[in-house]
Design a protein around this ligand. Structure first.
Ligand code: ADP
Length: 561
């Protein structure tokens, strides 16, 4: 066996860009992308990408150059996910909700060679560039509206003209030299610290893409709705994944209820990804049951079981995944088990709200006590930190060796997320380590308290953070947004009513000592509640005088993290 020689043909670097020529060969005439009145086939998408590859080479883009893009989910952003790495360069899709100062910070750090800007974001881009003193500013390319060009100009170049100009016969795509080469530079959403630039490899992206398709059970020829921004971890790898399955990308500029339901009705959407925050958008605008089941992958923040249950009643089938930029998207998927089919909807939703089991692309996903690096017992109660190891983890943080070193302990990547392992081996996140509330020496999971609050029929959104308490040190403070069409009496939705509802549903030491009603929770674009700002607000609040006495928690007597 060992004498059989290694052949070069066996060592072709793994890369997600190989999915594109394959889609063009196998699914040539199938629709690759729909955007307003524009449609392309896979043959056309491949041809357009090859022309863009040629144009990029003429602009002297070469290996390891960063190419940044500030765009909603347009055909251009989709195509760049292939064309940029097909030149050996690194795609950096920037969050379009950032203000000019935040965009400037990324541009300064990433130092891209080119910056592509959608016509609606030229103002932000101009302000960002004006604030950068560096002489080596990127060359600007405007992406005009493909359906109805506006003639928007900022730089000298326009995307469609660039594509038309490319000559792939002279400048063909470059082969990936090493699967460990960088494919994407993605900035974290900065929920707990300043955004960091995560460098993902071709190998990691290939494995993450294939693994997530398998774990979500995506068959060939799906119709995939882009309700998730492509700039969020490359659309959780589905920029590449839809090509791998010869699917159709339905691109929408913003995931409004109208855009999502119209796409479902008009294009036969089979799959979509949403942050849990979009569940409310789907629920509030919903009119009639869906004609066929739509598969929904949710993640990015913990999905409350009560919301999962409600959204499934509309005809969506929810799968839950947990991930992060550093894991090139998925780190865990709550794989569904046949034996759970017969359970009641409520029980099924509770099981689905768990983060699940390790992504296929990883060699390990465990919950460990960081002091001993021992795995916690499968008792559904002992807290530990989720740690990961495997090929789909990032290469490291760009230009930040200290943060890269701090993110790993030995071969394990430390996620900063705190969870438990249930007897069946499924992991459930209880909090981010910085969000755990320590009350009277006991850990309270804000996620558990939030899950309880979502059970109240009037609650639309809930977030729980630590509030200083003179006796307990910290105590939970709830921020609650109520449903818009309310037919509840004022006494049912008062602070006292919410508190007593919680008392009937959860251990008393977990019950919020303060409930603040808000119209909307502060969230970032990836759907994460900005707990930092809520914690600051809670710092100035005082707990309501209550009869609640601190009973000793039975379940959460755990080691401190
Ligand atoms: P940031 O860390 O700046 O928020 P990311 O977008 O990479 O940037 O977010 C990753 C984090 O989001 C995870 O570490 C975790 O805290 C949270 N998260 C992602 N998916 C889930 C999920 N399904 N359940 C709970 N938390 C999640």
């Amino acid at each position: 066996m060992d004498k059989l020689p290694k052949r070069d043909g066996n060592y072709v670097p793994l890369s997600p860009i190989t999915f594109l020529p394959r889609a063009a060969a196998v699914y040539a005439d199938r629709t690759s992308l729909i955007y307003g009145g524009t449609t392309f086939t896979w043959r056309q998408t491949y041809a357009r990408c090859c022309r863009l590859v040629a144009a990029l080479q003429v602009l002297a883009v070469s290996k390891n150059d960063v190419v940044s893009v500030l765009s909603p989910n347009t055909p251009a952003l989709y195509e760049m996910h292939f064309a940029v790495p097909m030149v050996g360069a690194v795609i950096n899709a920037i969050n379009i909700r950032l203000d000019a100062a935040a965009v400037a910070a990324i541009l300064r750090h990433a130092a891209p060679k080119l910056l592509f800007v959608d016509y609606q974001y030229t103002g932000v881009a101009k302000d960002a560039l004006n604030s950068i003193s560096d002489k080596n500013l990127p060359l600007l390319v405007v992406i005009d509206d493909i359906d109805t060009p506006t003639g928007a100009r900022l730089g000298e170049l326009e995307y469609e003209q660039l594509v038309a100009r490319g000559d792939p016969a002279r400048y063909p795509p470059r082969q990936v030299a090493d699967e460990w080469d960088a494919v994407a530079l993605n900035y974290t959403s900065g929920t707990t610290s300043a955004p960091k630039g995560v460098v993902c490899s071709h190998r990691g992206s290939y494995l993450s893409t294939v693994g997530l398709l398998l774990q979500w059970g995506v068959d060939n020829e799906p119709v995939y709705l882009w309700s998730l921004p492509m700039f969020h971890c490359n659309g959780w790898t589905f920029t590449w994944g839809v090509a791998a399955r010869g699917g159709t990308n339905v691109c929408v500029r913003a995931p409004t209820a109208n855009a999502m339901y119209s796409a479902i009705a008009n294009h036969g959407v089979t799959h979509m990804c949403v942050a849990p925050v979009l569940f409310n958008v789907l629920l509030e605008a919903h009119r009639e049951p869906l004609r066929r089941t739509v598969e929904v992958l949710t993640g990015g923040a913990p999905p409350p079981a009560a919301l999962v249950e409600r959204v499934e009643r509309l005809g969506f089938n929810v799968t839950h995944a947990y991930g992060m930029t550093e894991a090139t998207g998925p780190a865990m998927v709550c794989e569904w088990r046949e034996r759970w089919d017969a359970l009641a909807p409520r029980e099924r939703a509770l099981l689905k709200a768990r983060q699940g089991v390790g992504a296929l692309s990883l060699a390990g996903a465990e919950v460990k006590d960081l002091k001993t690096m021992e795995s916690v017992p499968r008792d559904g109660a002992t807290l530990g930190e989720i740690v990961l190891r495997g090929s789909s983890l990032m290469k490291g943080y760009y230009k930040n060796p200290e943060a890269t070193a701090a993110a790993f302990r030995g071969e394990w990547f430390l996620t900063g997320d705190v969870g438990v392992v249930h007897p069946d081996g499924y992991v459930e996140i209880k909090d981010r380590s910085k969000d755990v509330i320590i009350s009277g020496g006991e850990n309270i999971s804000s996620v558990d308290v939030e899950a309880g609050l979502y059970g109240h029929p009037a609650v639309r959104e809930a977030a729980v953070v630590a509030m200083p308490h003179p006796h307990w040190g910290e105590t939970p403070c709830a921020f609650v947004a109520l449903k818009k069409q309310l037919d509840f009496g004022a006494d049912e939705v008062s602070e006292e009513a919410i508190v007593s509802f919680c008392r009937s549903k959860m251990a008393h030491f977990m019950v919020p000592r303060k409930v603040v009603f808000v119209d909307e929770l502060p969230k970032n674009v990836t759907g994460k509640v900005q707990k930092l700002s809520l914690r600051e607000r809670a710092r100035g609040l005082r707990p309501i005088a209550s009869k609640i006495r601190g009973s000793v928690p039975a379940r959460l007597t755990v080691s401190k993290l």
